[in-house]
Write a protein that binds this ligand. Sequence first.
Ligand code: FAD
Length: 433
Amino acid sequence: MTNRVEKKLDLVVIGSGLAGTAATCFATARGLSVVQVSATSGELAFASGLLDLLEVYPLDEKKHWDNPWEGLEALIAGSPRHPFAKIGIERIRKAIEKFTRFAAEAGFPYRGYADRNVRIPTAAGTVKPTFRVPESMWWGALALDRRLPALVIDFEGMKDFNAKLMAEMLRRQWPLLRAKRFPFPSKLTGDDRSVPVLADAMETAATVRGIADLVAPHIEGCQALGVPAILGIRSTAAIIAALEERLGVHVFEIPTMPPAITGFRMREAFEKSLTELGAEILRGRLALSARIDDGKCTGIVTGRNEWRETFEPEGVILATGRFLGGGLTAGRTEIRENLFGLPVAQPKDRESWHRENFLDERGHPANEAGIEIDSDFRPLGPDGRAAFENVFAAGSILAHQNWVRTKSGGGLAVATAYAAVEAFLKARGESGR
Ligand SMILES: Cc1cc2nc3c(=O)[nH]c(=O)nc-3n(C[C@H](O)[C@H](O)[C@H](O)COP(=O)(O)OP(=O)(O)OC[C@H]3O[C@@H](n4cnc5c(N)ncnc54)[C@H](O)[C@@H]3O)c2cc1C
C-alpha cells in the first residue's frame, strides 16, 4: 500500500454536493488553503441548479410562503433545533448573497427577487417555487408571471421532455403557451437524443442557427420561447443571446429531469473558479478514516484502492450528505454516521422511521435524522458536547430538518456551509467579516 502524508493545510472539506462546494467557496474566498475530497465525481452534476430557500413550513399545516424570509422567521421561532435557527436571518441572507456573487463571478449567474420566491415552469408542466434560478431560466419565470404569449419547443426523439404535455398541464395558469416539436437540426451520430448529447451539439453555431430557422415561422405573436435546458455546456449565455437576436423574443430554458445539464454547468464553473483560487479539488477520493488526538481531528486519511493520502488540516468540514450522499447509512436497526461514528439523532426504533402513507405531506421521521451540532456547527458526541474541537458540519447531514419537504435544500446547504466556515475561523480566533 502506498501512503503519502500531505503538508499541513487549513481545511479539508469532505463532500462535493452543494454544501461541500459552498463551504469550499466561502473558505477560499477567505484566503484559506482548502482540499475538497469527495467519493463521487460531484453531486452537483445531478442538481437542477435551482436554489430553494424555503417554501413550506410547518409541514403538518402545509403552509406555503411566498416570501421565504417570513417563512424563515416562522421556522426559527417554531423549530429552534432546525439548523436555520442556529444561523439567524441576517447570516442566512449574507450567505446567499455571497454564494450567488461567487457563482456570478464563476460564470454561473443567478436571478431572483429580493423578498419573494420565483415560480418557474417545469418540464412536467408544474410550477416550481424556488428562490434563485440560473439566469438561463429567468425569462420562464417572468413570462409565466406575466402570462406572456409564448412558444415551448422540444425535439423528436427526446426522452423525458414533452412540450405539448407541458403546455397542456399549464393551460389554466398560462393560457397563451403553445407547443411545437421539431427535428433536431444537426446530424448526430446514433439515436441518442439525451440532454448531454443535445447540449454538446448546441455548442456549434450552425445548430443554433438551425433552431432559429426552424422556430422563426412559428414564433409570430409570441414574446418568449421556452427550450428544454440543452442550450450548451459552456456557451449558454451566448447561445441564448444569438437565439434572441435572430427571433426577436426572450429565450429561456426549462429545467429537465436529473441528471440535468444545469447541474453539470454549475459543477464545471465552480470547479474551474475554485481551482483558480487555489483550492485542490479531488474527485473519486473517499475519506476513509479520521485520526483523532486529544479531542481534535489531526488527520483525514483518504484513498482509492490500495493508495492512501493523509491530510493534516487545522479543521474539517463534514458535508457528506445523508443516505444518497453516503454520510449516513440506514442499518437493520439504526442509522449510522459513516466517517467519525458520530451519534445520529433518529427515531427510537425502526418501526417509527416511516409514516404509514409513503406520500405523507409531513415527511418521514427518518428524513429528519442526522447529526446534531452545537451553536458553532460542531457535531455533538455521545455526552452532548462538541465531539471534536475542529470538526464542523454542514448540509443535509444535519438533523432536525427535512429539506425535501420544506423545499429548502440549496439554501440550507449554502447557509450551513457559511456558518461552518465562519465557525472554523472563529475557533481560530479570526473574526467574521
Ligand atoms: C437530483 C437532485 C435535485 C436537486 N434539486 C434541487 C432543487 O431543485 N433545489 C435546490 O435548492 N436544491 C436541489 N438539489 C440540491 C440539494 O439541495 C442538495 O444537494 C442537498 O441539500 C444535499 O446537499 P449536501 O451537499 O449536503 O449533500 P450531497 O449532495 O448528498 O453530497 C454529499 C457528498 O459527500 C460525499 N461523500 C460522502 N461520504 C464521503 C466520504 N466518506 N468521503 C468522501 N466523500 C464523501 C459524496 O460523494 C457527495 O459528494 C438537488 C440535488 C439533487 C441530487
